[in-house]
Design a protein around this ligand. Structure first.
Ligand code: NAD
Ligand code: TYD
Length: 335
């Protein structure tokens, strides 16, 4: 397949690009605005590989999207491009509205003009929080943060292009991803790097919030599977095989890094914090996908990757991330 992968310089998009180019022989053009979270280094393993191209641009920029589509000759658009951190959406929601609403609209119009298949990458957070049981594709959308609300809005717009114009769209909603190349604002890489540097490990509230963890490689496999085998107009959930309370994840990271348990600090909770996410993946399993990586093994491998890849995270942790950290946590990083 020839694919335009929007947001492909981010954590999951770059994992997907590697998978599709190196293991499926797809021709991939990554189209990415390179926000703080988008990094060409995430694509370093693809540099110089035949069939791989990088184009810098924003999804809300109609002319640049048209140019990228013409150059790539793409048969399908896979849209990962998003602002993705809930805490940033609470502090500054504007970019979330622009990228998720306007950006998704521009991509849908470009797909409609050319009759391209369109896959929207989405999240379990659009369903809101669930105390018991699991969300299915039929569960109502009840997002709680500006991040999840604007992601839900984008999903509804995508669905409208199928119903109104017959555009062959599919939506794939993942649970919490982890793995190499995740920007260290997110729980797991933040805790791993803080643990390794002797910094405090800031657990929000009681730490008993539960997340359903999926390895980014498994989510990327699911997205590829839905792109190839999913039915137009449908939504497919891809949840990980394991659920874990945040505090248990942090305690395991303390063990894996050899940090001091006393580094764990309970801090003020996130406003509107969702208590639990859980996704049923029966529908995508029926298409033949299943997750391969259990959390215990995947977390250990991820910690090992961060230990071995200081050349990747060093420039991030010594740059503007430090100012973000201080704003968000009210204290400077020590290490
Ligand atoms: P990320 O923040 O690591 O990467 C996002 C990428 O999008 C970056 O490369 C950024 O430069 C790019 N981008 C942002 N705004 C853009 C714009 N206007 N135009 C072009 N590019 C732009 O995020 P991620 O964790 O890789 O998430 C990718 C997708 O997967 C998102 O749509 C997210 O909602 C979804 N998702 C993430 C998770 C998770 O746990 N991380 C779980 C389920 C779904
Ligand atoms: P995060 O990685 O931000 O993902 P999401 O909010 O999309 O689930 O957070 C995962 C969980 O970890 C969430 O319940 C919030 C919590 N958390 C902390 O306790 N401390 C932190 O410093 C961060 C970043 C997250």
């Amino acid at each position: 397949m020839r694919l335009l992968v929007c947001g492909g310089a981010g954590f999951i998009g770059s994992t997907f690009a590697r998978l599709r180019v190196l293991e499926h022989g797809d021709e991939v053009t990554v189209y990415d605005k390179l926000t703080y979270a988008g990094r060409e280094e995430n694509l370093r393993e693809l540099a110089g590989t035949p069939g791989f191209t990088f184009v810098k641009g924003a999804i809300e920029d109609e002319a640049a999207v048209d140019a990228a589509l013409e150059c790539s000759g793409a048969e399908a658009i896979v849209n990962f491009a998003a602002e993705t951190h809930v805490d940033r959406s609470i502090a500054e929601p504007d970019a979330f509205v622009r990228t998720h609403a306007l950006g998704t609209y521009v991509l849908l119009e470009a797909a409609r003009e050319r009759g391209l298949r369109y896959l929207q990458v989405s999240t379990d957070e659009v369903y809101g929080s669930i105390e018991v049981g699991t969300f299915t594709e039929q569960s109502p959308l009840a997002p709680s943060s500006p991040y999840s609300a604007t992601k839900a809005g984008a999903d509804l717009l995508v669905a409208s292009y199928f119903h109104t114009y017959g555009l062959p769209t599919v939506i794939c909603r993942g649970s919490n991803n982890y793995g190499p190349y995740q920007y260290p604002e997110k729980l797991i890489p933040l805790m791993v790097l803080n643990a390794l540097h002797g910094d405090a490990l800031p657990v929000y509230g009681d730490g008993m919030q539960v997340r359903n963890w999926i390895h980014a490689r498994d989510f990327s496999r699911a997205i590829g599977h839905v792109l190839e085998h999913g039915e137009a107009g449908e939504v497919y959930n891809a949840g990980g095989p394991d659920e874990e309370a945040n505090i248990a994840v942090v305690e395991r990271i303390v063990e894996l890094t050899g940090a001091d348990r006393a580094q764990i600090e309970h801090v003020t909770d996130r406003p509107g914090h969702d208590r639990r996410y859980s996704l049923s993946s029966e529908k995508v399993r029926a298409l033949g996908w299943e997750p391969e990586v259990r959390f215990e093994q995947g977390l250990a491998e991820t910690v090992a990757w961060y230990r071995e890849n200081e050349d990747w995270w060093g420039p991030i942790r010594s740059g503007s991330y430090r100012a973000y950290y201080e704003r968000q946590y009210g204290r400077a990083l020590q290490g």
